[in-house]
Design a protein around this ligand. Structure first.
Ligand SMILES: Nc1ncnc2c1ncn2[C@@H]1O[C@H](COP(=O)(O)OP(=O)(O)OP(=O)(O)O)[C@@H](O)[C@H]1O
Ligand SMILES: Nc1ncnc2c1ncn2[C@@H]1O[C@H](COP(=O)(O)OP(=O)(O)OP(=O)(O)O)[C@@H](O)[C@H]1O
Ligand SMILES: [Mg+2]
Ligand SMILES: [Mg+2]
Lengths: 254, 254
């Protein structure tokens, strides 16, 4: 059974997609068979791995709302051990369509059961909300990784997210736990970065990853080339910090 | 009749709240009576203007889902010409509750009609999605201001947003137009910033504001003091660029 990790935070722009793409790529270069699931209608994880969203015949929309088996939508990427289950703007309608559906929170979980033995890790990139797409992801996952941008507004949403994870654990997925909180876009020149890092380590003792992602321009350039950062510039701090994160997660399992 | 401007973009973290708070504050110091409407369940615009979200008796949730008149939830801020209609996490349930409601897209428009003569400007801070809360805001507004972070992923979502604005214009609000595209977090040291700025000016000729918001640490520090940036550090480039934006919008009107 592959380990399923949801990358979630309702605050926007905190580095969910950057984390999902680069963690999945780092696990893949460590020869772990990895599936990246893009359940965000923006489809940024697709473009970050070089998939052309406009040319897709079927997407996660067809799996969640229709009855397409997830196997049929999975695409290969440039990395041999990394596959992706893609999305595009079609998925935007899914949240409203799911509201009246039967067992609406469990659609993704059911879809992933068919293929989870074929992967060591399944990484799910969530949209910036706590709606039904994120609820589906938390219901389908073993754990949730919370990227936290080192900014004031990002700190505000953390307790709401932790409350939502507890609710999902009580009613939909008793096994769910917090894999960890990942500090992102840390800028050692800014006071705010140091304040947020200190606050989080105090309030969530033991839950914060040792790996910390610095603000690094290569991380924002690599998606424009359709590549995870380790294929764009393996020597930069952005690439090494995500490799460190992957190691930390793999060591926990073995 | 006050001019109503929605600040919208489904991409997360592009500077919607920072723009809503600082544009509203800049209009208020120019002695324009301004209402800031926070329709994002994260309630960041509240904390950015010093409002304590946890102590609120009623919020925009009670206006949209219940029948509370918006007048009853409006709070004063530190600036004499700036009021705010606040939100907190209660609003998160509104999207699902609205799905089956009668005239669900027009709830905010109806609520604002009662008070729009009392203000010169009404600025609406939207959540990072194209769901019913953002649709309500676009239906209630005269125009939409699109903050665009100078990053690759942010460019991707722009055409989807413009399509949504067109749909709203066709079916719900024929008067709606694009007030402009505002470049945010522009970093002159990064190639990506220059590339995005050039691309947008080519594709959306005449729609891009002359005012451009630079990446400026004061803009990310001021919310932690509950103040718009012009009350935190009036001399910084963050403050002057939002004052420029307010002037550009006011001159169009007069
Ligand atoms: N460590 C970093 N250093 C520099 N830029 C970064 C870093 N992490 C992410 N970025 C950039 O910041 C922006 C926001 O990151 P990203 O899109 O991954 O966040 P997100 O949480 O997935 O956003 P959304 O809420 O819209 O899904 C992107 O343009 C990305 O390229
Ligand atoms: N020009 C700027 N320079 C530096 N930091 C900025 C700037 N604009 C915004 N920020 C910071 O970047 C982060 C994202 O901005 P903000 O929260 O306003 O975006 P948003 O679009 O409202 O996000 P969401 O999608 O979650 O609603 C915030 O922490 C904010 O303080
Ligand atoms: Mg994302
Ligand atoms: Mg915001």
């Amino acid at each position: 059974m592959g380990k399923k990790i949801a990358i979630a935070n309702q605050k926007g722009g905190v580095g969910k997609t950057t984390t999902a793409v680069n963690l999945a790529a780092s696990l893949a270069v460590a020869e772990k068979k990895t599936l990246l699931v893009d359940i965000d209608p923006q489809g940024n994880a697709c473009s970050g791995t070089g998939i052309d969203k406009e040319s897709l015949e079927s997407t996660l929309y067809d799996v969640i709302i229709g009855d397409t088996p997830i196997k049929e939508i999975i695409k290969k990427t440039e990395l041999s051990h990394l596959d992706i289950a893609p999305s595009n703007a079609d998925l935007a309608g899914a949240e409203v369509e799911l509201v009246g559906a039967f067992a609406r929170e469990g659609k993704l979980k059911a879809a992933l059961e068919e293929i989870s033995d074929e992967y060591d890790y399944i990484v799910i990139d969530c949209p910036p909300s706590l709606g039904l797409l994120t609820v589906n992801s938390l219901t389908a996952s073993d754990s949730v990784l919370i990227p936290l941008q080192c900014e004031f507004y990002a700190m505000e949403g953390l307790s709401q997210l932790v409350r939502t994870v507890d609710l999902i654990k009580q009613h939909l997925n008793p096994e769910l736990y917090i894999e960890g909180i990942l500090l992102t876009m840390f800028d050692k020149r800014n006071n705010i970065s140091h304040q947020v890092a200190q606050d989080v380590k105090e309030h969530f003792e033991g839950k914060v990853f040792k790996a910390m992602i610095p603000r690094n321009v290569k991380l924002s350039e690599s998606p424009s080339f359709g590549k995870p950062v380790l294929l764009y510039d393996i020597g930069c701090t952005g690439a090494s910090s995500y490799l460190d994160l992957a190691k930390e997660i793999m060591y926990r399992r073995d």
